[in-house]
Structure formats: structure tokens, C-alpha cells
Design a binder for this molecule. Structure first.
Ligand SMILES: NC(=O)c1ccc[n+]([C@@H]2O[C@H](COP(=O)([O-])OP(=O)(O)OC[C@H]3O[C@@H](n4cnc5c(N)ncnc54)[C@H](OP(=O)(O)O)[C@@H]3O)[C@@H](O)[C@H]2O)c1
Length: 400
């Protein structure tokens, strides 16, 4: 399902959203567990956003019916803070999401898709995520899906070190498995569709690289198989494993970390096969994490504090353009009238001109500063009525 909503070409996705959706700013966050769009706009026309999304991803319009969650304002800020803190991850506290969020905002910045609002929001959320991780230690005890898969293999198989282990995949998920195997000094074979990538992986992360075709045809030797790829079909089919097990006396453990799965579920029905998929591994990780409930509640406490700061910062962003325009317009009037007066006086003495200029500036600031500061304060505290009135008084347009 998630696959359907995924954006393949970020550049064209961003330009379509900016051109057709009514959003002035946007950031796309896409990981193996979520596809999210953060947007800022003058209208709340969700239908237009959905239409754009449908056309970019090639979806039917009703695809969103049961698959879309929408959050606005504070709820959306809170969601982002939970994400950066790792509270909304499959493995609570995991580090990767923070890196993925940094990557998303950087891409949006490079493509000029994010602006003042989202840049400030994401920067703040990333700082909160780091603070939560530092002060609660939520990431310290966290166990990655990759190392849990290795731990489960260790628990289920006697003397794992002496077994023939094959890892298919050279991406992030595969490297989590590889790192965990290496940490335990366990030898393994690594393969990927592209042999060069398997070789490079072996050099940087570890493992003995083998050609993909050789790996697939040597399943009968394999005792433990880890699969972490993004192949859009079953790489490990029922027939292949059935054939391998025909000439194999011992069992085989298969861990499919891929989402969507790349090992056919029917494989688990073959005799002497023990199989686990990503959801099952994640569930075990989740149970492990329950023991850290105290840590989660301290993380939530920090988020509750920080959400107030984020709200104030974002509200300030709403009011700042109006304040800036009021000062600018009044200053233009001041300069125009100052010039007129100086001309009428025929004043040429620089010191006198400077004194008159400073006098007019002081009058303008003296009159306008207090109301503008009150406007800022009121908006930060959630009172938007004053902003509406000021905008009306000075003929400025603000977000609905
Ligand atoms: N990243 C995570 O933290 C994480 C966590 C849990 C689960 N997962 C799941 O793990 C899987 C891999 O994620 P990833 O982030 O590691 O992805 P990735 O970095 O994009 O790596 C993709 C791997 O899949 C291989 N691949 C792609 N298309 C293939 C095809 N048609 N046939 C055979 N191999 C193919 C690639 O091999 P070549 O490049 O050599 O072609 C590469 O080794 C995904 O299903 C994801 O949902 C990821």
C-alpha cells in the first residue's frame, strides 16, 4: 500500500506540489514505513493537495479514502517532534529517522521547496529530537531491526558462528545486519543484484562478496538467510527454497527484513524452514522496548515542553511579515514627509538634517513599537483576533 503513495522522482514531485497543490512550501519525508508531506499554504484545500499527489504518484483519486491521516497546526508540530525523537518509529528511539528527516529538509531546501516556515520548523524539530535523545538516552538502549534479526538467529540456531550465512541486499537495512554480525565476529556472504555494490559493501561494512546468480543457486548450503532489498517481486521464491531443501539435511532460518516482502510467505510452509518477516521482528523489538516505558514518558515530557516553544516560534512567523510591512509603510511616509519638510526649510546643514531625521524616526518608533510588540505577544499566545484587525486596518493579507 505504502509503495503506491511513494514518489519516485523527488524533483518532479516537488515542482508539481508547488505549482498545482496550492502549497507555498512543502517537504516530503519518505522512509520504508511512511510517506509524509508537510505543507504550508494560504488555503486548506486538502482536495487539491490529494489531486496533485494522485497525479504525481499515479494513484486513483479514491486511493486516499482509508489511507490518509491529516494533522494541522500544533498536532502536526507534535507529530514532527515525535518523529525526530524516534517515538513514532517501528523501533522506538532508533537513530535513522533523524538522519532521514535531515536529508528530507536538505533536499527540500536545495530544490527551493521549503521556505522560512518549514525550514525553521524542521531545524527546531531536529534540535528537539537531539535533545530528547541526549537527555533521556532513548536511543542508547534501542536495538535496531538488523541487530534484533541477528539476535533472533543466535537464539534459534546453535553455534551460529559455524553456519553458512547469506545476506542479500547492500542498503541501509542490510548494513544494520552486517554490522551486528561483524560485532559478534560471525562470517557471512554478501550478495546484491549488482556485484560491484556487494564488493564495495564487503570492503566498507564487511562480508564475503559473491555473485547474485551463484548465491541464488547455492541456497542448499545456506543455514541462515537475511534478505533486505527493495525488489518489487519475490526474490526468494517457494520453488527455489523447496528445491534447495530437497537436497539439504539441516534446516534453514530466513529473515525477511524487506517491506514489501521479498520472500514468498509460502516458504514458511516448507519443512525445516523457520521464517520471520519484518513485522514479526519489529513486534519482538517493540516488546523489548516496553521495559523502557519510563524513558518514553520522559521523552514525552520534553516534547510537551518544547511544543509550546515551537508554537510560539511558528506563531511569530505568522505575525512577523505584518509587523515588517507596517514598519516599512510608515517609514516610507516618514521619509517622504521628511524630504518635503527639508526642502521647504531649505536646510543644508548636515548636523541639523541628522537631528530632524532622528527625531522623525524616534516619533515613528515611539508610536508604533508598543502596539507591534503587543501584536507579537498576542499572536504568540494564540490570540489571532488582533492580527486580523491589524491586517484589516493596514490592508494586509494574512493566511486564512
Ligand atoms: N532502511 C531501514 O532502516 C530499514 C529498516 C527496516 C526495513 N527496511 C526494509 O529493507 C529493505 C531495504 O531497505 P534499504 O533502506 O536498505 O534500501 P536501499 O538502501 O535502497 O537498498 C536496496 C537494496 O535492494 C537491492 N535491490 C533493489 N532492487 C532490486 C531488485 N529488483 N532485485 C534485487 N535486488 C534489488 C539493491 O541492490 P543493487 O543496488 O545492487 O541493485 C540494494 O542492495 C526495504 O524493503 C525496506 O523496507 C529498511
Amino acid at each position: 500500500m505504502l509503495e503506491k503513495f511513494t514518489f519516485r522522482d523527488m524533483g518532479s514531485a516537488y515542482s508539481s506540489f508547488l505549482e498545482y497543490s496550492g502549497l507555498q512550501e512543502c517537504v516530503i519525508l519518505q522512509t520504508c514505513n511512511r510517506v509524509e508531506l508537510f505543507g504550508v499554504g494560504n488555503t486548506k484545500d486538502i482536495e487539491r493537495v490529494k489531486k496533485t499527489w494522485a497525479s504525481v504518484a499515479g494513484l486513483e483519486e479514491n486511493a486516499f479514502k482509508e489511507n490518509l491521516e491529516i494533522s494541522e497546526g500544533t498536532e502536526a508540530f507534535e507529530h514532527l517532534l515525535k518523529l525526530t525523537s524516534g517515538l513514532d518509529s517501528l523501533v522506538v528511539g532508533e537513530e535513522q529517522i533523524l538522519g532521514q528527516i535531515k536529508k528530507s529538509i536538505n533536499t527540500a531546501r536545495e530544490l527551493n521547496a521549503s521556505g522560512n516556515n518549514l525550514n525553521i520548523l524542521f531545524d527546531k524539530a531536529i534540535r528537539v529530537g537531539s535533545r530528547v535523545r541526549h537527555s533521556t538516552g532513548i536511543s542508547r538502549g534501542s536495538i535496531s531491526i538488523g541487530s534484533m534479526a541477528v539476535k533472533l538467529a543466535e537464539e534459534n540456531i546453535d553455534d551460529l558462528k559455524s553456519k553458512h550465512i547469506l545476506l542479500i541486499g547492500t542498503g541501509e537495512a542490510a548494513s544494520l545486519v552486517a554490522k551486528s554480525l561483524k560485532k559478534r565476529n560471525i562470517e557471512f556472504f554478501i550478495t546484491s543484484r549488482t556485484y560491484e555494490r556487494a564488493k564495495a559493501f564487503a570492503e566498507t561494512v564487511g562480508g564475503n562478496p559473491i555473485q547474485f546468480e551463484n548465491a541464488i543457486s547455492s541456497f542448499k548450503k545456506v543455514d541462515v538467510l537475511f534478505v533486505a532489498t527493495v525488489a518489487p517481486y519475490f526474490l526468494v521464491t517457494y520453488d527455489r527454497i523447496k528445491e534447495a531443501m530437497g537436497s539439504k539435511k539441516t534446516g534453514m532460518m530466513i529473515m525477511d527484513l524487506s517491506n514489501p516482502r521479498t520472500v514468498d510467505e509460502r516458504v514458511s510452509t516448507i519443512k525445516r524452514i523457520k521464517m520471520m518477516n519484518l513485522d514479526q521482528i519489529a513486534e519482538i523489538v517493540d516488546k523489548n522496548m516496553r521495559s523502557r516505558i519510563g524513558v518514553v514518558s520522559s521523552a514525552e515530557k520534553i516534547i510537551n515542553e518544547e511544543i509550546l516553544v515551537v508554537e510560539a516560534v511558528m506563531k511569530r512567523l505568522e505575525v512577523e511579515p505584518v509587523v515588517k510591512n507596517v514598519f516599512k509603510d510608515i517609514d516610507q511616509v516618514r521619509i517622504k514627509e521628511l524630504k518635503k519638510a527639508l526642502q521647504m526649510l531649505g536646510e543644508t546643514d548636515e548636523q541639523k538634517i541628522r537631528i530632524i531625521d532622528q527625531l522623525t524616526q524616534a516619533i515613528v518608533e515611539g508610536i508604533i513599537s508598543t502596539p507591534m510588540n503587543n501584536l507579537r505577544k498576542a499572536t504568540e499566545q494564540g490570540d489571532s483576533e488582533l492580527l486580523k484587525s491589524v491586517s484589516k486596518l493596514f490592508n494586509y493579507k494574512i493566511k486564512e
